[in-house]
Design a protein around this ligand. Structure first.
Ligand code: PSV
Ligand code: MN
Ligand code: MN
Length: 424
């Protein structure tokens, strides 16, 4: 199914009068409404191929139907999202789940939807059919050199797929670690992983980046070999200029100060990008901004300040991706909500009066500093985000239009009620 421009125009016509009133009112109160709208127009968030279906939990999976059955349908789904919000213009693939049969055809299909290929993701956390050696006791950390080589070769293979598609980065998330004290030697596991990553790094094209994603727990429960930003930063620093740390919001121990981590990684020039999601407990991969919207805003506030300070381009110099999983919601509706939450947090961060904040900080005026941040956070910036959509030909209310058009029932009709997307 495709959504055409007329359907969007018709929908927008109905909501336009209210939108115009809200936007004009807000713009009158803000010093920089136009600049913010333009930044929102330019901002794109990549959608992971594995988030288009129902992920389920360890205990069960309740499919909503009409899920994409192959790479072509995954691209089509992201095409729908991008048509609705014009902010989801990239796809992040996972190999071997998304191996293209015909690169040229896949590239053409993606460009028809105006999508580019974001970071490629490797998979050494599962054993694939016909695979010679098992990752049960790790991949890049493994005590057996042959297993490590298999993991390295897989990552190099992923880079090759990415080159064919025009991707420019590789994200490595390792499930490596241990579940019991004494199971492994921490230093040896680290050294083995570093050596493996170095071999992958050596195969990176000149204009590529490698993102080292960290996670504190699961599937291993005692130690994780890339467990936190310190370990990831160690790997990234030892690897070289093309290596960066990737921050997945759900991968920290409870109450971690993610905004501070982000700020320091930026300062060191080692922040590569994000996997946005939200969680109450751990790697819940819930809709971005659904549990801790203030944290999301504070992260963006550090990003805007830090990137501006370093002369970085908000739209190009970091990898912006969602990493979500869906148990209850329609995955596409959930992704629309996540992108909206990201844009809201970004717009709020752009509202922060930086000069006043610096002044308050210099004067140790704690109350004023808090007032400044909370004033931005409590401003309802939704009319700015909607205005950006209006100007790019996206829907003023993407979720509403998704429902009005009966997108899900149409997909079920086309693909069937019992579909399984390849992925987590
Ligand atoms: C597992 O925690 C995970 O969600 C990581 O966040 C990766 O980015 C993702 O799977 C895909 O490999
Ligand atoms: Mn992730
Ligand atoms: Mn995760």
């Amino acid at each position: 199914m495709n959504i055409d421009k007329n359907q969007i125009a018709e929908h927008n016509q109905q909501l336009e009068a209210v939108q115009n009133r809200r936007f004009n009112q807000l713009a009158e109160d803000l010093p920089n409404a136009e600049t913010i709208v333009q930044k929102l127009v330019d901002f794109q968030v990549a959608i992971p191929s594995w988030a288009l279906g129902t992920g389920g939990t360890r205990f069960g999976r309740f499919s909503g139907g009409g899920e994409p059955r192959n790479l072509e349908e995954k691209i089509a789904d992201i095409g729908l999202l991008h048509a609705l919000n014009r902010s989801s213009g990239a796809i992040s693939l996972h190999i071997p789940w998304d191996i293209p049969e015909d690169y040229a055809a896949i590239r053409t299909l993606a460009s028809q939807y105006d999508l580019s290929f974001d970071a490629m993701n490797s998979n050494t956390f599962q054993d694939q059919q016909g695979q010679a050696l098992s990752y049960k006791f790790g991949s890049m950390q493994h005590v057996d050199k042959a297993v490590r080589k298999q993991a390295v070769d897989h990552n190099i293979d992923v880079i090759k797929h990415g080159i064919e598609l025009g991707s420019k980065s590789l994200t490595v998330w390792l499930a490596d670690g241990s579940s019991f004290p004494g199971q492994l030697n921490f230093r040896r596991a680290f050294q083995n992983t570093l050596e493996s990553l170095q071999e992958v790094y050596a195969a990176l094209p000149e204009d590529w980046k490698i993102f080292v994603e960290y996670k504190a727990f699961e599937p291993n429960f005692y130690s994780t070999t890339v467990g936190d930003w310190g370990q990831s930063l160690l790997y990234a620093s030892k690897l070289g200029d093309k290596a960066y740390t990737l921050v997945d919001l759900g991968h920290h121990l409870p109450n971690a100060n993610i905004e501070q981590i982000v700020s320091l990684l930026l300062m060191e020039g080692k922040l590569g990008g994000f996997h946005f999601n939200d969680s109450k407990y751990g790697d819940d991969d819930l809709t971005t901004g659904s549990i801790k919207p203030y944290q999301l805003f504070l992260i963006f506030s550090e990003l805007v300040e830090g990137m501006d300070n370093r002369g970085m381009d908000h739209t190009k110099d970091l990898g912006w991706m969602i990493d979500a999983s869906h148990n209850l919601k329609d995955p596409l509706e959930d992704l629309l909500q996540s992108v909206e939450a990201i844009l809201i947090a970004y717009a709020q961060a752009l509202l922060v009066d930086r000069a006043a904040l610096t002044e308050a900080q210099s004067a140790n005026d704690v109350v004023r500093a808090q007032e400044i941040l909370q004033h931005a956070f409590r401003t309802d910036v939704r009319p700015l985000v909607a205005e950006a959509r209006k100007r790019t030909g996206a829907a003023l209310n993407p979720v509403q239009l998704f429902r009005e058009l009966g997108v899900r029932s149409q997909l079920i009709k086309e693909r069937g009620a019992k579909t399984v997307a390849t992925g987590l």
